[in-house]
Design a protein around this ligand. Sequence first.
Ligand SMILES: Cc1cc2nc3c(=O)[nH]c(=O)nc-3n(C[C@H](O)[C@H](O)[C@H](O)COP(=O)(O)OP(=O)(O)OC[C@H]3O[C@@H](n4cnc5c(N)ncnc54)[C@H](O)[C@@H]3O)c2cc1C
Length: 552
Amino acid sequence: MLDTPLVPTEQAVSLAPPAVAMRRADAPKDASAVDRVDVAVIGGGINGTGVARDFALRGLRVAVFERNDLAFGASGNSSGMIHGGVRYLSQSPHVTKTSCRDSGYIQHIAPHLLFRIPFLMPLRGGPKARIVLELVDAYFRAYDDYQPLKRGEPHCRLDAGDLAQLEPGLVGGLVGGVTFDEWGVDGVRLCVHNAVDAIEHGSRVLVHTTVESIARAPSSGDPYRYVVSGRDRLRGRSTDVRARVVVNATGAWSPITAALGGLPQAPVRVRPGKGIHVVLDRRITNYGILSEAIDGRQVFIEPWQNVSVLGTTDDDYYGDLDDVRATSEEVRYLVQGVARTLPGVRLARAIGTYAGVRPTLYEYGRNEDALSRDHRVVDHSVDGAPGVYSMIGGKLASYRLFAQELCDHVAPHDLGNTVPCSTHTRPLPGGERVPDSGQLGACFGVTPVAARRAARPRADVAVRERARHDVRVRAGAGSRSPIRFARGARSHRGRCRSQNAAGAWSLRGNAVRRPVRANRRLRARPHTVRRTCDGPRISRTTGALARRRAGA
Ligand SMILES: Cc1cc2nc3c(=O)[nH]c(=O)nc-3n(C[C@H](O)[C@H](O)[C@H](O)COP(=O)(O)OP(=O)(O)OC[C@H]3O[C@@H](n4cnc5c(N)ncnc54)[C@H](O)[C@@H]3O)c2cc1C
């Protein structure tokens, strides 16, 4: 089952062991009052919540510590694509394969969260344009082998006329292009749903609680061998949890977290890569469209409810991980890059930005873009801390698999638990039954697409209510952090410089309402906005075009 070998890697083994100075915790005054769990997970991003759910579904007791709100880091600030990793096909085909396979599983467990994004990749004219089109076509033919794993439509080759028909706003003397098919998700919702399911299976999720230290238990024979100490940032209270296993899932913060336990930082080193997005006030196109930035990097525009999102940059980041912001230069860079292919973006108003830092696997000497998006589990037993693991790298699109790889190893090895993984078959809360949008539409006299869009946010309301009920019941009235995190179940899109999901609450309203007013005022639209598309199955349209071209 493990595609990726668990570390100890050779590099880690060759480190002089154990440079560890994990301290021993003081004996508590009242040992019976200390909470005991099988696994303490540090970090409430997609890897932390994903691994918590997996352990919880195996019947293990889990506590998750998140110092901000859930999805505060990269997970809530990503491009939100459960993509098949087409970009990695030539360099790391196994990343493409695992991404596609896991995308298929995530669709299965979260049909209420995922939505199709049909993509266009237009190609500009030039001396070698025809050859480039052939090469791109061949590349996507290879990608088509993996597409069935994620229920993706095979790519379709388009000529300039097809492109103009599909998206009249495109410019640049295009020779043609290809379509491909990806899936989108709100990363905040994905984290919240994983956390809620973990809670429903007995876990505790402590938000706004910073882990300040990881220490050995006071007595050496104690099977609950680690003490994870957290501090509630809102109330100032401290919490100690005794755990048999500790998982560091703090993304770009991983080396800092390792240091909190006196562990060496080298094995968990990441290369933090900053990425920003720009939110425009209207839905400019119904397709994800790729374009080229001034430095040749690929950038894109994607439709998101009533707005458009431009993304993304990828730059080495040396700043404060808790204060990541888009700069006006980065915004101009993205707008320029997308406007080269779709100039209509210049007529729209930027209403927000959001930024995050990728926890990319460390490598020296390569461009940010070329870095591997693979993931790795680091076993700190070689550092003298058996039962402590770090999750490094990875993607939203393969979070479930990453969690499974870790749990498949840790559950039997450290916890004597042989319950098999079920995160690929058991739906996330709200995903058990998705209403039939055709019936729903007929009932309310709207199109199935409109019915689907209207129904999707309601599933989150249900999740929020369940979380409210469950956390109160399990944690006891007046206990810590009722469900502050569940506010993240609302969309985070459109927030301005707001790094926590709770802050998105009001801004989201603006992001959704404003374009409607703005569109009414528009005298000339950049091009026709197809309002019904959430999306039309691109292959149907392009398939028809292709058949017409072939004279069928
Ligand atoms: C701009 C951008 C675009 C991306 N686009 C995509 C995409 O389209 N598709 C895709 O698959 N992937 C994408 N990714 C990658 C993906 O988002 C990340 O790989 C993934 O979210 C990493 O998740 P994580 O849980 O490891 O880290 P994070 O989401 O960063 O979570 C780490 C958490 O740990 C918490 N933490 C840190 N220190 C402590 C402490 N001491 N105590 C308690 N909590 C702590 C932080 O507050 C944070 O919430 C993108 C990333 C970026 C930045």
